[in-house]
Design a protein around this ligand. Structure first.
Ligand SMILES: Nc1ncnc2c1ncn2[C@@H]1O[C@H](COP(=O)(O)OP(=O)(O)OP(=O)(O)O)[C@@H](O)[C@H]1O
Length: 318
């Protein structure tokens, strides 16, 4: 059932909104910041100009697309990245991902994948080490890093009082993009994910898979060059998974870099240019599928067999 949002209705500040806001601005919103203004671009920020200027002002260090494609920059370089909770979760991790790669980060439960990606996305402070995103020191300049990066968590962060189109307008507004300029690409993005029949329905009635797709579309609104996804295909039906995979492959074709964690090894096998396997917070194997096969002396084996053998060997040595 379709439920249009009434114009000029204030949006209460709630948890998903706070998480989204915090992710982009690294700060907390206050009550009354957000107001729906007009039906054509219904979602507007009223107060956070000081934050908007942070994300919209061109950063001189921000590399342009041509420079990214022609330089020797890494899309992501982690050096000695370390995070400890009660024990080490990420242990002096070194990882380099090239521009334009589709990289699958694999590992058993608790290996440190999400913790690594949360540090890259600026949601968790490392105890030690460095994070460089397209040459930008993400720890020293997190706002500049976020301008060129998308983070899609395994728990979709969407504001479900809005329709998908309004949500994307809202996110575009957070990035300081004129909603009129972003409307067409937002619509196309949602359609490419199979959400056309639901463009004007409130997200609150959506299934988990539909919410995941809206969250993915929202993360791509500012045209990021590095897309980081934590388990993006879990819980998606076959058609939805195909839509998501198609969208990610399309982005890679246009020069974006994608880093994805997944437990669905067939997806990594089919889609990834390179695969990294981590266990106990350390990289234990990396390469193309064929390189991994060569390294492990298993010429015709599946990724699943290789993964299980690698993880078993690591566990036995620990
Ligand atoms: N906020 C936290 N507080 C305490 N321990 C944590 C926290 N977040 C993660 N950990 C611990 O850090 C380790 C790595 O967790 P992480 O979520 O990064 O693993 P993962 O590889 O993403 O696992 P999964 O495949 O199950 O999602 C685990 O031992 C986990 O219990």
């Amino acid at each position: 059932m379709s439920a249009r949002i009434e114009p000029k209705r204030p949006i209460p500040v709630n948890k998903p909104l706070i998480r989204l806001y915090h992710h982009i601005y690294g700060d907390m919103p206050q009550h009354g910041l957000i107001r729906i203004s007009r039906s054509i671009c219904p979602v507007r920020f009223t107060a956070p100009k000081r934050f908007l200027s942070k994300v919209t002002q061109p950063t001189s260090e921000l590399p342009d697309r041509h420079h990214i494609m022609t330089s020797q920059l890494s899309a992501l370089a982690l050096r000695g990245l370390t995070k400890r909770f009660d024990r080490p979760a990420v242990d002096a991790l070194d990882l380099t991902i090239r521009v334009g790669e589709f990289y699958a980060l694999l590992g058993p439960n608790g290996a440190g994948k999400t913790t690594t990606l949360r540090m890259v996305a600026g949601l968790l402070r490392p105890d030690a080490g460095s994070v460089s995103i397209l040459g930008i020191d993400a720890l020293a300049d997190p706002v500049a890093a976020k301008q060129i990066m998308a983070w899609v968590s395994d728990e979709p962060m969407i504001y479900d009082k809005l329709t998908p189109l309004e949500y994307l307008e809202f996110v575009a507004g957070l990035w300081g993009i004129d909603p009129r300029a972003s409307e067409k690409s937002a619509r196309n993005l949602l359609i490419s994910l199979g959400l056309e029949p639901h463009l004007n329905e409130r997200c609150e009635g959506f299934s988990k898979g539909m919410r995941q797709k809206v969250a993915l579309a929202g993360a791509l609104v500012h045209d990021p060059r590095l897309i980081i996804l934590d388990e993006p295909l879990t819980g998606l039906d076959a058609l939805s998974a195909r839509h998501v995979k198609g969208l990610l492959q399309e982005r890679v074709r246009t020069g974006c870099t994608v880093i994805m964690t997944t437990h669905i090894l067939e997806v990594a096998e089919r889609m990834a240019d390179r695969i990294g396997v981590i266990a106990s917070g350390r990289l234990i194997a990396e390469g193309t599928l064929n390189e991994l096969r060569e390294q492990n002396g298993r010429n015709d084996t599946t990724l699943e067999d290789m993964f299980i053998a690698l993880v078993d060997t690591e566990a036995a040595a620990a």
